[in-house]
Design a protein around this ligand. Structure first.
Ligand code: KIV
Ligand code: NA
Length: 263
């Protein structure tokens, strides 16, 4: 696979074609995921849960993210690498610039941060300095304590309108991608239509431009409660590689997620 760039993803959106994203946190899985044709690898701060055994993403440090981003970069075979800025590593504009710079120097091609309108200034400064940004809206797990749990966001009219406005504002500020987590299918569809930048969804229905899952969830090796929006792609697959390819196909032909896997 030739190297995927932002230009690749934007032109896929323009052609109405979907792309796939999966998390990976080390070189071996990065190699598997990118070799299977997944356009983007997310070095997610979900590693706090699936690798470190914490019950939230809050304990993850910038040093942890640097370590895993560098490992993923060594195994990567041409996918885009997106790295999460962890909790409180972008609380101020200055912190944000420093933290994002370190992730880029570790091998990320873009960074993701969680929030809404308050991120506009940081996003435009990062973008001006050559760092593409994905803005993560909806359920933002770093804010789980304020949100009062891992719940679907944007359910009432006011909250939905606010999310539509935030999406437009962050696109205008210079975001290159949006990610919507746990939002109703119709709201995600409207936001996807309303912005020119590609929108990645998780628990956001089938109408976003791309889908993302946590690797351990789709391989069905996550311990504890399984979120509604994941699917076990290891079912009837004889290898991890086959499972990843089936996920990629299901995203691209629109058969994942189905209604039961959406809100
Ligand atoms: O950290 C992560 O894996 C994520 C995805 C769930 C979107 O942010
Ligand atoms: Na994350």
């Amino acid at each position: 696979m030739s190297n995927i760039t932002l230009h690749t993803l934007t032109s896929l959106k323009q052609k109405g074609r979907k792309f796939s994203v999966l998390t990976a946190y080390d070189a071996t899985f990065a190699h598997l995921v990118s070799s299977a044709g997944i356009e983007m690898i997310l070095v997610g701060d979900s590693l706090g849960m699936v690798l470190q055994g914490h019950d939230s993403t809050l304990p993850v440090t910038l040093e942890d993210m640097i370590y895993h981003t560098a490992a993923v970069a060594r195994g990567n075979q041409g996918s885009m690498i997106m790295a999460d800025l962890p909790f409180m590593s972008y609380a101020t504009v200055e912190q944000c610039m420093q933290s994002a710079g370190k992730l880029m120097q570790s091998g990320a091609h873009l960074v993701k941060l969680e929030g809404s309108a308050w991120l506009a200034e940081s996003i435009s400064l990062l973008s001006e300095r050559g760092i593409p940004v994905c803005a993560h809206l909806g359920l933002t797990p770093q804010a789980v304590n304020r949100l009062g749990g891992y719940r679907v966001q944007g359910k009432d009219h006011a909250a939905a309108q606010q999310m539509i406005e935030d999406a437009r504002l962050l696109e205008e500020a210079g975001a290159s991608l949006l990610l919507l987590e746990c939002v109703p299918t119709l709201l995600a569809e409207e936001i996807t239509r309303n912005v020119d930048i590609p929108v990645i969804g998780i628990g956001a229905g089938p109408h976003t431009d791309a889908q993302v899952l946590v690797l351990h969830d789709m391989l069905n090796i996550t311990t504890g409660r399984k979120p509604r929006f994941t699917r076990n792609f290891m079912a009837n697959a004889d290898s991890i590689e086959t499972a990843i390819r089936r996920y990629d196909e299901a995203v691209k032909d629109g058969s994942f997620p189905n209604q039961d896997e959406s809100f």
